[in-house]
Design a protein around this ligand. Structure first.
Ligand code: IPE
Ligand code: IPE
Ligand code: MG
Length: 245
């Protein structure tokens, strides 16, 4: 049995997140500018999103730009700001064909106006689609996400709409960008770094972690299947003693 067939006989993760890291190093190794790595990384996102959709995964969250990535040189930031448009123009046909829905998570107040308009337009156009949900985290930081949730909830308490006792795991979960997505089963980080870099801290509570050595532009369908195969061999206990008990 091939790897894909084997993976398909077992539990398919509902929600996978990927820290798409290593674009710059991938390009530098090829004597190319870092922006070339981002271009290839963006193309790879299309391939991996289609592969996830094909496997029946419900949601794919990807870390495309962090709240800390604004520290980078302006030229690199400018290039990255152009990618959503390029992504949309190049892949809209295939995403439509496969009924893929696109949403963006993160702050939306620090981008150029045309980028914000594009994000809103893409979300609106794809909102009723039934295939994979591709959740692109752009100017995303988990700390910021939680601060927004804390502010929202505090406001509701202050206004008397809820009491302190109403604050529980479900309430907080429902104030995050990911509120409409299934629980996060698996986090993959490429490039060999073993850190979370302010990504989905709340959602990761019981997710399985997988670190791939390859840089993001080189992470292909086979690597994805290997990660899922590894995930399927884990014994998830959620604090109990045995799977499902
Ligand atoms: C990930 O690749 C993409 C972004 C953070 C925008 P990097 O740009 O971090 O590439 P490396 O890690 O420096 O190689
Ligand atoms: C995390 O990668 C953010 C994205 C992949 C978008 P970074 O390259 O920014 O993370 P650090 O700086 O290595 O922790
Ligand atoms: Mg990096």
């Amino acid at each position: 049995m091939g790897l894909k067939e084997r993976v398909l006989t077992r539990y398919i993760p509902q929600h996978i997140a990927i820290i798409m890291d290593g674009n710059g190093r991938w390009a530098k190794k090829r004597n190319m500018p870092r922006t070339y790595g981002h271009k290839k990384g963006s193309e790879n996102l299309k391939n991996i999103a289609l592969a996830c959709n094909d496997l029946g995964i419900k949601a794919l969250s990807v870390y495309a730009f962090s709240t800390e990535n604004w520290k980078r040189p302006k030229a690199e930031i400018d290039y990255l700001m152009g990618l959503p448009k390029e992504f949309e123009e190049t892949f809209k046909g295939q995403f439509e064909e496969h009924d893929i829905k696109v949403m963006f998570s993160g702050r939306r107040d620090r981008f150029p106006k045309d980028v914000i308009e594009l994000m809103n337009r893409v979300e609106d156009k794809t909102k009723d689609r039934q295939g994979l949900v591709l959740n692109i985290c752009f100017d995303y930081g988990s700390h910021t996400e939680m601060i927004h949730a804390i502010r929202d909830i505090s406001r509701q308490v202050k206004d008397g709409d809820i009491t302190l006792d109403d604050i529980d795991v479900d309430l907080v979960t429902n104030h995050l960008y990911t509120k409409d997505l299934p629980p996060l089963d698996l986090l993959i980080r490429t490039s060999g770094e073993m850190r979370i870099s302010n990504y989905l801290l709340w959602q990761l509570a019981y997710s399985e972690l997988y670190f791939a050595k390859v840089h993001w532009p080189a992470f292909n369908q086979k690597q994805l299947l290997k990660a899922i195969d590894d995930f399927q061999s884990r014994n998830r206990r959620f604090g109990g003693l045995k799977e499902g008990k």
